[in-house]
Design a protein around this ligand. Structure first.
Ligand SMILES: Cc1ncc(COP(=O)(O)O)c(C=O)c1O
Length: 415
C-alpha cells in the first residue's frame, strides 16, 4: 500500500512524543524510535490488568500467558518464522547475543573458526570475539571504502573450519544492506551456522527468516516503534540442542531455553502492539500480509526521503557523504556524513540546539568507523529516516548543515 507524505503527517499524530514537541525533528531512529500511543497503552494495560507472573492457575496469570503467546505469534508473523515457538525474548539484542554466543561457544573446539565483519555493530562482534578465550579463531570480513563488504574477501575467509558466520543485515552506521543470500550460500557449502543481526534492517524492510535460511536472527523492538526489548529467532530445532546458561528449574524447551528469569511482560505485550501498529498501514487477510503490504509503502517513502537528503547533502560544499549510493542498490534510509570544518559532535550539538536530533560518533560500529579513518575526527554524523520523518524536517537539517559547513571559522572539535 502506498505511504505518502500525508500518511506520514497522519502517523505523526499517533506518536505522543511528536505531538508534544513538534519542533523536535527525531532523525535519530537508528538509535531508537518513538512509540505510538497504542504501544504506550498496551504497556500500561499489562500493569493495570495482569501484572502477575506466568503459568499460574488463576485468571490474571492465564491472561499474561495468553499475551506472551500472542506476542510470540506476532513476532513470528513479523519475521516470517515457522511459529511463535521460534521466538525468544530478552532484555535487548546484545544480551541475547551474548547468551547465544556463550551457548554456541560450548559446542565449538579449539581451532574452529567464527567469521564476523568489520561493518557490524559491536553487539554482533564482541560476543563472538569473546570465544577466542576458548581457542576459537575469529576472522573478519573487510569493509570497503564504499561502505560495502568485500564479498571476495568474504568468500575467501569461509572454509570447512568455519562453524559460524555472524553478519548484519544492514549497517547502522552507513545504511549498507548486505548480501545475505550470498552469505547463506557460502555458509551452507561448509555447514556453518548463519547468525543475522537484523536490528537496523527490521524497522525498514519485511523479513522472511525462512527465505533467508537464518539459523538465528536478532532484532530489537525499540528500533521499530516498540519498547526496549530484544528478540531472537531460532530455526526450529536449532535452540533445543544448545547448552544455554539456564536454571535447572527453567523450561528447557525452545523458545524458553534461552530466556532466563522473569521477562518484561508489559514490554513484550508492547512489542505486539508495535507490530500491529505497523500492520495497520497495510492491507491483507493475515497479520503477515498486512505487514508486508505496509512495509512496501513505508520502505519506499523512507527510501525516497533518504535519497532526497543524500542528493542534497552531497551538493553542500565541505560535506562528505559516506556509505553506498542510492542509484541501484537496496539500502536502508540511514545516511552518514562528515564535515570538513567541524567534528561530528560539534555539528550534532549545534543541530541539537535547533531541535534537530541526529547522532554523532561511531554508534558502536566502532570497527567500521576506525577502518574508514574517521574515528579521530569524532566519527560520523548520522541521519536516520523513520516512518514519521517529514520532508520539512530534512529541509531544516539541510539548512542547518549548510550553515555549519559555510562557517568560515574553524570550529574546535569536542570529545
Ligand atoms: C545494528 C545493531 N545491532 C545491534 C544493536 C544492539 O541492540 P540492543 O541495543 O538491543 O542491544 C544495535 C543498537 O544500536 C544496532 O544498531
Amino acid at each position: 500500500m502506498a505511504y505518502t507524505h500525508e500518511d506520514c503527517l497522519r502517523a505523526r499524530q499517533d506518536f505522543p512524543a511528536l505531538r508534544r514537541a513538534p519542533h523536535l525533528a527525531y532523525l535519530d531512529g537508528p538509535a531508537g524510535s518513538q512509540v505510538p500511543r497504542a504501544v504506550v497503552e498496551a504497556i500500561a494495560d499489562v500493569y493495570a490488568s495482569c501484572n502477575v507472573n506466568t503459568r499460574g492457575n488463576f485468571a490474571p496469570s492465564r491472561e499474561v500467558d495468553r499475551r506472551l503467546d500472542a506476542a510470540r505469534g506476532a513476532v513470528a508473523a513479523f519475521l516470517g518464522a515457522e511459529s511463535g515457538a521460534c521466538i525468544s525474548f530478552g532484555q535487548n539484542m546484545t544480551t541475547l547475543n551474548f547468551a547465544l554466543s556463550a551457548a554456541i561457544g560450548r559446542t565449538l573446539h579449539k581451532g574452529d573458526e567464527v567469521l564476523i565483519t568489520q561493518l557490524d555493530h559491536e553487539a554482533n562482534r564482541g560476543p563472538w570475539i569473546g570465544l577466542e578465550e576458548r581457542g576459537v579463531v575469529v576472522r573478519e570480513v573487510r569493509v570497503l571504502e564504499s561502505g560495502e563488504l568485500d564479498y571476495a574477501d568474504m568468500a575467501a575467509r569461509i572454509s570447512p573450519r568455519t562453524k559460524l558466520f555472524a553478519l548484519g543485515a544492514s549497517a547502522n552506521s552507513l545504511g549498507t544492506v548486505n548480501d545475505l543470500a550470498l552469505a547463506r550460500r557460502l555458509t551452507h557449502e561448509v555447514g556453518a551456522l548463519l547468525v543475522i543481526d537484523a536490528v537496523h534492517y527490521a524497522p525498514h524492510f519485511p523479513i522472511d527468516v525462512q527465505a533467508l535460511g537464518a539459523d538465528f536472527l536478532l532484532c530489537s523492538a525499540y528500533k521499530f516503534y516498540g519498547p526496549h526489548g530484544g528478540v531472537l529467532y531460532s530455526r526450529p530445532g536449532a535452540l533445543d540442542r544448545l547448552p544455554t546458561d539456564r536454571l535447572s528449574t527453567q523450561d528447557p524447551e525452545a523458545p524458553f531455553r534461552i530466556e532466563t528469569g522473569t521477562l518484561n511482560h508489559a514490554a513484550i505485550h508492547g512489542v505486539r502492539a508495535a507490530i500491529e501498529y505497523l500492520a495497520s498501514w497495510g492491507r491483507g487477510a493475515s497479520l503477515r500480509e498486512r505487514l508486508i503490504d505496509a512495509f512496501s509503502g513505508i520502505s519506499e517513502y523512507e527510501h525516497g526521503l533518504a535519497r532526497y537528503y543524500h542528493e542534497a547533502v552531497e551538493r553542500i560544499r565541505g560535506i562528505r557523504v559516506w556509505g553506498p549510493g542510492f542509484a541501484t542498490r537496496v539500502r536502508a534510509p540511514t545516511v552518514s556524513v562528515t564535515l570538513a570544518n567541524c567534528g561530528a559532535a560539534e555539528a550534532a550539538t549545534r543541530l541539537g540546539e535547533h531541535g534537530i536530533c541526529v547522532w554523532d560518533g561511531n554508534f558502536y560500529a566502532a570497527r567500521a568507523v576506525e577502518v574508514l579513518g574517521v574515528a579521530e575526527r569524532g566519527g560520523l554524523l548520522r541521519t536516520g529516516i523513520s516512518m514519521y520523518s517529514s520532508r520539512e524536517e530534512i529541509d531544516r537539517l539541510l539548512e542547518g548543515l549548510g550553515e555549519i559547513a559555510a562557517n568560515r571559522v574553524n570550529i574546535a572539535m569536542r570529545g
